[in-house]
Design a protein around this ligand. Sequence first.
Ligand SMILES: Nc1ncnc2c1ncn2[C@@H]1O[C@H](COP(=O)(O)OP(=O)(O)OP(=O)(O)O)[C@@H](O)[C@H]1O
Ligand SMILES: [Mg+2]
Length: 240
Amino acid sequence: MSGIRWHDRVFVVGGTGSGKSELLNYLFSGMSCQKMLLDTKPEFYIPDVAPVSRPGDIDWSAPVIHYRDLAANLGDYDEIFYEAHHRRNFLICCHEFADLCNDEPSRVPEWVRKSLRKGNVFGNGLLGGTQRPVGMPRQARTEAQHVIHMVPALDPEDEQIVARMMHMPVRELDRQLAEAAEISPDPEGRFSAVWYDRRAGETRILPPLPAEVRSQILVRRAVDLDAHEPATDPDDRVER
Ligand SMILES: Nc1ncnc2c1ncn2[C@@H]1O[C@H](COP(=O)(O)OP(=O)(O)OP(=O)(O)O)[C@@H](O)[C@H]1O
Ligand SMILES: [Mg+2]
């Protein structure tokens, strides 16, 4: 998607199953800088990349890092963002950005906050997704270069936050979401989006990623690989 650079802050918002992760994984795959998938659920695997689950086990020289989080510890996120912030041209992708602050937007770990505010100065980017914009770090609302809202609309509280991030009234955002829904082959209009590009000062309608593009995505879902040890095994999960 032209206009999105690896050092931008990009936020993809939308309800469950609206296609956020597919789009984030597509964007992540296309970035040619050093990058980390911060998999907080965890739900993905990357062929030929062994996941690690403790900050101390991360090989910071690897071109692609998969951090499969099992602890949901904000201190670990702080450590990871501290290291990442002191690098150059480093991208972090996190599919549930609200996990980085345990859904408490004003209690964001120090280095997550600093990365959001200053990371782009060092060429460091963030790709974030969320179902609940109201729960994501507050700085994410003001520092985004790109905001992508998947069809359909969210609840009014979240919708208001996203409309503000996109510098448009809620009614206009709803109108554009309806327009986006119309170009999707999905009966419910899913997988289309409204994309606000702050740098260009433009809003665009984004059609669903076609199947041939989706098949090229580097990051796969753990459930898609039978031979792979499933990352979503309930026994692996830590209660939050
Ligand atoms: N462009 C698309 N065309 C067809 N199917 C898609 C498209 N994008 C996503 N999907 C499918 O829709 C389902 C949900 O997509 P995805 O996991 O990306 O949603 P999500 O918004 O991240 O959901 P969650 O909030 O649960 O994490 C997946 O099975 C995915 O393969
Ligand atoms: Mg997802």
